[in-house]
Ligand binder design. Structure first.
Ligand code: AGP
Length: 369
């Protein structure tokens, strides 16, 4: 097992560090920046269906559901098709309205999640086209779908999903670009820019991983906290949910992810000098708004750990701890902003003596409902 861990103390850490490579593998052979050409076998097969879809419904659980939420922002913005993101476990029992013009995208690392599989069977029985995004080749979900794309992230052993998430988001970004360019909602020049930016992500993830030592220091300060809040807006909102999920599942600290603007509708009451608040506040279209959210937290003496874009000076002047990540297009930011959150949860869990790779009560593949 120690050989399989490749010198890392845990599979989770190994998998976090594999991301420059796994993200590259998930985009390899699927795009050419110079021409703006995008290729994905499974999408090509159903190209007309995608282009003419009335709606895309995404079904998934856990971290895969968070990747689905990122895809909602991507597909609606780049391809202008309405997207609904559903917990597979709720969707399957809700008597949902599904038509033959709907495309259902099922996202699953393991390809064995019982609820996601049941949601697929239900959508199939109503005539929808089912597209799968799986990591495990030949898995039940990969076999149950009409078409699909593999994420090629390589085996993920740690129960906490890390590299599968970034691979899913990469594949979904490519899908959103393909549909957008076929529908004419995304210009070729924009596609070329986005491809070039996506190609630069592995090197930027490498940069973000260099923050490890700084994150170890921050983890020492907060390892005994009993609660955490994670806030983000826009593309970083699903990342806030993902950061909170990572922390709770492996460190057993209660954590909540929230869209930053919703804070004033309730969670702001939780903030006092004991409350660590992780704010993902990178330079994007909601930057000015999140600056005010940080001020609101500071006014109530919350401890702000801010993830910011390199060179930012405004948020660092207010936050207690600042983690600087490289700049990128807001569409791709989740691929970078999630990295420090994965490391933060990892180090806090290790410092608390938790079993990081196999947390209590959890299984890697949830094959029961
Ligand atoms: C995430 O860290 C989880 N352990 C869990 O939420 C997981 O993402 C979920 O069970 C879905 O699994 P899947 O992607 O294999 O379907």
């Amino acid at each position: 097992e120690s050989i399989e861990k490749g010198g890392y103390e845990h599979f989770m850490l190994k998998e976090i560090y594999e991301q420059p490579r796994s993200i590259l593998d998930s985009m390899r052979g699927r795009m050419i920046a110079e021409s703006g050409h995008l290729m994905m076998g499974g999408v090509r097969e159903y190209e007309n269906k995608f282009v003419n879809a009335d709606r895309i419904i995404i079904v998934a659980c856990g971290t895969s559901w968070h990747a689905g939420l990122v895809a909602e922002y991507l597909i609606e913005d780049l391809a202008r098709i309405p997207v609904e993101v559903e917990y597979a476990s709720e969707f399957r029992y809700r008597n949902p309205i599904i038509t033959e013009k709907d495309i259902v995208i099922a996202i699953s690392q393991s390809g064995e999640t019982a609820d996601t599989l049941a949601a697929i069977e239900l959508a199939k029985s109503k005539g929808a086209t089912i597209f799968g995004i799986c990591n495990v080749v030949g898995s039940s979900i990969a076999r149950a779908t009409d078409a699909g794309a593999y994420t090629h992230a390589g085996p993920e052993i740690g129960v906490a999903s890390t590299k599968a998430f970034t691979a899913q988001v990469t594949v979904l970004t490519i899908i959103a670009m393909i549909i957008g360019s076929k529908r004419g909602t995304l210009e070729t020049t924009r596609v070329r820019q986005l491809i070039a930016e996506l190609e630069s992500i592995p090197a930027k993830v490498e940069e973000a991983l260099k923050l490890n030592d700084q994150i170890v220091e921050i983890s020492k300060k907060f390892k005994d906290a009993t609660n955490f809040l994670y806030l983000g807006r826009g593309y970083n909102f699903p990342v806030a949910l993902e950061g909170a999920l990572k922390l709770k599942e492996i460190s057993y600290i209660h954590a909540e992810g929230y869209p930053a603007a919703e804070m004033k509708h309730g969670p702001i009451a939780l903030i006092d000098e004991q409350m660590p608040v992780v704010v993902i506040a990178t330079k994007d279209s909601s930057y000015e708004k999140i600056v005010s959210n940080v001020q609101e937290v500071k006014a109530r003496k919350g401890k702000v750990i801010a993830i910011v874009t390199e060179g930012d000076t405004t948020i660092p002047s207010m936050a207690d701890h600042v983690i600087e990540i490289p700049e990128t297009s807001e569409h791709l930011m989740p691929l970078l902003s999630v990295i420090p959150l994965q490391l933060l949860s990892y180090h806090i869990a290790v410092m608390r003596g938790c079993n990081v790779d196999q947390p209590r009560n959890l299984a890697k593949s949830v094959t029961v409902e």
